[in-house]
Design a protein around this ligand. Structure first.
Ligand code: FE2
Length: 233
């Protein structure tokens, strides 16, 4: 379970389709598998997070933006596979930025949808709440610290509550662009706030702080708790 909630392995659960039709070549004795990522369904309707996030934002965000990351990730992986087969290291290196951007976009959004819920908000319970109090003083202080770090992201990026496996403590971090939290900082992502303009501009215009304030009303603390439990294993 612990590894199922982390970046790539998590995608296996939510949107990874294995295509191994021609799996075993009896002559060559080789296994040839191709894997494609797919857009995961939202666990709620596009309008379910209103009034905090409007339906139009959710629809565009999920069906256009996230879908584009998925499609571009698949294209990039295909090119990477070809370069790998040819031993073309130059092309492999040149594909790294696209892999990071689109792979990160897919990872981040897949987490983000489950971090939110029409029944969200309120306060976390149990071990998560105790960990927040231990590491930040109170839930309010954690929210203030994470909100400040998230609002302060320059340009496009994400604010995160993450778990540091080395120290066993919670930490706040911000990532630029679509840089995935674990892949770039080592922290296991528990709760992410997308502050790309596509996540809020249609409703909140340039007032990013209002969007960040509103999103706490739809945070799915149960999902965050499950992620913490998985990260600790
Ligand atoms: Fe986004």
């Amino acid at each position: 379970m612990c590894r199922c909630m982390t970046d790539w392995s998590m995608l296996c659960r939510v949107g990874y389709v294995r295509r191994c039709a021609a799996t075993l070549n009896p002559i060559l004795g080789a296994v040839a598998c191709r894997q494609k990522h797919t857009l995961p369904d939202l666990p709620y309707d596009y309008g379910a997070l209103q009034p905090h996030i409007c339906a139009e934002i959710m629809q565009l965000h999920h069906s256009k933006h996230h879908a584009a990351y998925v499609n571009n990730l698949n294209v990039t992986e295909e090119k990477y596979q070809e370069a790998l087969a040819k031993g073309d290291v130059t092309t492999q290196v040149s594909l790294q930025p696209a892999l990071k951007f689109n792979g990160g976009g897919h990872i981040n959004h897949t987490i983000f949808w489950t971090n939110l819920s029409p029944n969200g908000g309120g306060e976390p319970q149990g071990e998560l709440l105790e960990a927040i109090k231990r590491d930040f003083g109170s839930l309010q202080k954690m929210k203030e610290k994470m909100s400040a770090a998230t609002v302060a992201v320059q340009g496009s990026g994400w604010g995160w509550l993450g778990f540091d496996k080395d120290s066993g403590r919670l930490r706040i971090a911000a990532c630029a662009n679509q840089d995935p939290l674990q892949g770039t900082t080592g922290l296991v992502p528990l709760l992410g706030i997308d502050v790309w303009e596509h996540a809020y501009y249609l409703q909140y215009k340039n007032v990013r702080p209002d969007y960040v304030k509103a999103i706490w009303n739809v945070v799915n603390w149960e999902n965050v708790s499950e992620r913490l439990q998985a990260a600790k294993k």
